[in-house]
Design a protein around this ligand. Structure first.
Ligand code: ADP
Length: 163
């Protein structure tokens, strides 16, 4: 039985909410791969290599977690890695529509894949990468929302902080 789980996403950038999900998954599975999507049709603020660097810096203390990039179909990537579990984070009910659609789509593409939803700590329920980018753009510090390495990268990308 496969003990490998893949956590795919844009991670534009990785937030403390994403990291909370990664830490939970790392306790449940032998090996977790954080798969940063390289989807040309989605306009991201950070490049794939920037997003990967931020993930890698943030997972340093987690020996069973790796980071990779993913370009094609998720189910093909899972097959290649001999993984059967897809991790997704569920924050609020509004996430469910999209997440259920994605999970059922992936199940149609491969019967072997199971999507496992994990819930973050309450403090991260209303945290999203898009809000973090907006806050950074408006010139505020983002340390409470993202790991400190990511906060520094946001400051470099979007300019100075007010604090
Ligand atoms: P995508 O573009 O694939 O939705 P994201 O980086 O936005 O990529 O999110 C990846 C996964 O992490 C999704 O399942 C999303 O619901 C989840 N997620 C995002 N923010 C949080 C958070 N604050 N707490 C828990 N899960 C989250």
């Amino acid at each position: 039985m496969s003990r490998i789980a893949v956590y795919p996403g844009s991670f534009d950038p990785l937030t403390r909410g994403h990291l909370d999900i990664i830490q939970r998954a790392a306790k449940l599975f032998e090996h977790v791969i954080v798969a940063v999507s390289n989807n040309a049709s989605k306009k991201n603020s950070f490049s794939v290599s920037e997003r990967i660097e931020m993930v890698e810096e943030s997972i340093r203390g987690l020996p069973n977690v790796d980071c990779d990039t993913i370009g094609g179909l998720l189910v093909d990537y899972l097959r290649k890695k001999k993984a059967r579990v897809l991790i997704r984070g569920l924050r609020v009910v509004s996430d469910m529509d999209y997440e259920f659609q994605l999970a059922s789509f992936n199940r149609r593409l491969s019967k072997d894949v199971e999507t496992v939803f994990l819930m973050p700590d309450d403090q991260y329920t209303y945290l999203s990468a898009s809000m973090v980018r907006e806050v950074a753009r408006l010139g505020a510090g983002t340390d409470q929302f993202v790991p400190s390495f990511v906060a520094r990268r946001l400051k470099l990308k979007f300019g100075g902080s007010r604090d």
